[in-house]
Design a protein around this ligand. Structure first.
Ligand SMILES: Cc1cc2nc3c(=O)[nH]c(=O)nc-3n(C[C@H](O)[C@H](O)[C@H](O)COP(=O)(O)O)c2cc1C
Length: 233
């Protein structure tokens, strides 16, 4: 961590994203050269801690997000954190289209943050089987469990089943022995052979080039805002 921070400071990396604990020492070091630090949070208490540490922006990882998702509805989460945090708020979780980006801004976020949608791009190095599973699965195929990596995260049910992991195993929530009982005691395995995705897969039906996807997101965003402004008229 210390060595990583030294490299960050040496190269004056303009934007740092942290998760699992906002560290004021890191924030001060990055502020020292004029950089910004954004931090992932899933609930108000963690957002308050990060705000007290001097964070510049908060990524609110709401229910249904890919990876280490939260459990709180995005509308509630943005409302709760906006009430005391007036710096940059990014909303994460199930944002797959330009219309979803517009919805995030409507809820009160400054920016939208998207992960799962970009697994299905030609540039992404995810296995073809992983991308195909995302196309074929629906929101109810996303399983939220701590039994795989020790921290609650969302994984694709068919990939759990493919690895011989049963519902009884992924529903195990109590007294997990982090040394021995985790299904993926090598953390990397949790992401390499047991595949994570968010509930936003329900709107993913292809794997385009990133440039094409971004152009589509822009177009959808514009249409969504135009429809909203027509409501005013
Ligand atoms: C396969 C996968 C791996 C992820 N790995 C990380 C990670 O290492 N660190 C992190 O802070 N967030 C990680 N995330 C979460 C994303 O940064 C982001 O918050 C999330 O994907 C947004 O929700 P969405 O997937 O519904 O768009 C990961 C997400 C996915 C799908």
């Amino acid at each position: 961590m210390q060595a990583d921070l030294e490299i960050v400071v040496k190269h004056e990396v303009p934007l740092i994203i942290t998760s699992l604990g906002a560290v004021s020492e890191l924030i001060q070091s990055v502020h020292g050269y004029g950089g910004l630090v954004f931090h992932d949070v899933i609930m108000k208490r963690l957002a308050q801690k990060a705000a007290a540490a001097g964070i510049d922006g908060l990524t609110l990882v709401s229910a249904g997000a890919g990876g280490h998702a939260g459990t709180i509805n995005p509308i509630a989460l943005v409302g709760e954190i906006r009430s005391f945090f007036d710096k940059t708020i990014l909303l994460a979780g199930c944002i797959s289209t330009g219309q979803d980006v517009a919805a995030a801004l409507q809820m009160g976020a400054d920016l939208a943050y998207t992960g799962t949608r970009f697994i299905n791009t030609t540039e992404s190095e995810a296995l073809p089987e992983y991308k195909q599973m995302i196309i074929e699965s629906s929101a109810s195929d996303v399983i939220y469990t701590a039994a795989i990596s020790g921290v609650p995260a969302n994984f694709l049910r068919p990939s759990l089943e493919q690895m011989g992991i049963t519902e009884e195993m992924w529903e195990k929530t109590v007294d997990v022995d982090f040394g021995n009982e985790l299904i993926a005691n090598d953390e990397a395995k949790a992401w390499k052979t047991i595949w994570s995705a968010g509930q936003g897969i329900t709107k993913i039906g292809d794997s385009p080039k990133t440039s094409i996807l971004v152009a589509r997101l822009r177009k959808e965003f514009k249409i969504a805002i135009e429809i909203q402004s027509k409501l005013l008229a």
